[in-house]
Design a protein around this ligand. Structure first.
Ligand code: SAH
Ligand code: SF4
Ligand code: F3S
Length: 374
């Protein structure tokens, strides 16, 4: 019996696909890259932008023929798209041949669902759950091991679907994280450990045991062994001095921070509910540069947020010019149903978004070229 997993979206999903692979291998399945050879195909989906969802709809639709040829083929869709009730419903209605729709909180039940489908039932579940511990993994990212430290997000940036599909912040217990890392290090197969969370700097806020992200980093660095630690993503409003100090002081921590700015304009930042100003953001960058010389810094930007004027976009442009990032991601704003920004007046035309994103990426390319030369 063979499985094939198709993954969309962020590192969180890449890592969750490793869990899905672990569960399937425990059930006796082996991996194949060729969809035609698979007995079960799992789509691990992303809902962050419309384009991501469109790709999933296209690719799941393409399986109809395969399902006709092989009646025993099991098709499962999980991940962030399935956490939106309307989208999950649309998936089920458009593609009646999908057997399993499984939310992100219930991966451990995949085996039970497969058994049910084999007995002729269709399965769907989307409810919230707790952070699931002790699932088997099949790590697939070379010498990098992903370690999830928390799930969900409390920030509700007005453009973003993540808090709706991943729920509120739930930190894993420090002890469980440390044990997982000790086991990874003991395997001696991994040189790098990347901690994952939508907003790693607020790690521990929901635990009542005093755990903090800086504290967690320090404990991880006490583990003996030859490995480096990095993490993503940091939110500028929560990147405190103690975290910057730990990065600066600990040899085991990679000198790298992904610090999404999203915009360089204060009015837009406020509309986005990012809770920092351009000036505050720049002061953090300055602190990083001062305390951690040669720290690589990268960022995400959204252009064409509702009502963003040309002048306001120029503020984003000038921020990129000023910070001289090692690299950036630039996205055209994509309205997500149910978010505050999707209902705002003043939505920007696609043509304008295209022009802005191209201009920003061209600037970044120029900066990288100059810096590489240097
Ligand atoms: N938790 C992380 C990132 C999550 S999503 C953080 O807060 O930085 C990754 C990136 O996708 C975001 O940084 C943002 O730039 C982009 N993004 C999120 N929602 C978007 C939307 N509706 N349209 C376009 N880009 C979006
Ligand atoms: Fe989305 Fe904002 Fe949370 Fe990041 S911090 S996941 S952009 S709501
Ligand atoms: Fe996408 Fe979900 Fe990640 S929406 S970006 S896969 S958290």
């Amino acid at each position: 019996m063979k499985y094939c997993i198709v993954t969309y979206g962020c590192q969180m999903n890449v890592h969750e696909s490793e869990k899905i692979a672990g569960i399937l291998e425990n059930l006796g399945y082996t991996e194949t890259d060729i969809r035609e050879n698979a007995d079960i195909i799992v789509f691990n989906t992303c809902a962050i932008r419309e384009g991501a969802e469109d790709r999933v709809f296209g690719n799941v639709g393409n399986l109809k023929k395969m399902k006709k040829k092989n009646k025993n083929l099991i098709i499962a869709v999980c991940g962030c798209m399935t956490q939106k009730e309307q989208t999950a419903q649309k998936l089920m209605n458009t593609f009646p041949f999908v057997d399993i729709v499984l939310g992100t909180f219930n991966l451990s039940r995949l085996g039970y669902f497969i058994e049910a489908v084999k007995q002729g039932r269709k399965m769907e579940i989307l409810q919230e759950g707790d952070v699931e511990e002790n699932l088997p993994y099949k790590r697939t990212s070379g010498d990098n091991a992903w370690v999830n430290i928390m799930q969900g997000c409390n920030n509700f940036c007005t453009y973003c679907i993540v808090p709706y599909v991943r729920g509120r912040e739930k930190s894993r217990k420090q002890e469980n994280i440390l044990n997982e890392i000790k086991n990874i290090v003991a395997e001696k197969k991994y040189k790098k450990i990347t901690l994952l969370g939508q907003n790693v700097n607020s790690y521990g806020n929901d635990l009542s045991d005093g755990s903090t992200f800086a504290g967690l980093l320090k404990e991880i660095c006490k583990i003996e062994g030859d490995f480096k630690v990095s993490f993503m993503t940091s939110h500028p409003k929560d990147l405190t001095d103690d975290v910057i100090d730990v990065i600066a002081n600990e040899d085991k921590i990679e000198k790298y921070i992904h610090l999404p700015a999203q915009s360089g304009n204060n009015r837009v930042l406020k509309l986005m509910n990012r809770k920092y100003t351009r000036e505050k953001y720049l002061s953090i960058i300055e602190k990083i540069r001062e305390k951690i010389p040669n720290c690589r810094i990268t960022s995400d930007f959204i252009v064409g947020f509702p009502t963003e004027t040309e002048e306001e976009f120029e503020d984003t442009y000038s921020l990129v010019k000023q910070v001289r990032y090692d690299s950036i991601f630039a996205f055209m704003y994509s309205p997500r149903e149910g978010t505050v920004a999707s209902k705002m007046e003043g939505q920007i035309e696609d043509k304008v978004k295209h022009a802005r994103v191209n201009k920003l990426l061209a600037l970044e390319k120029k900066i990288q070229k100059e810096d590489n030369k240097r």
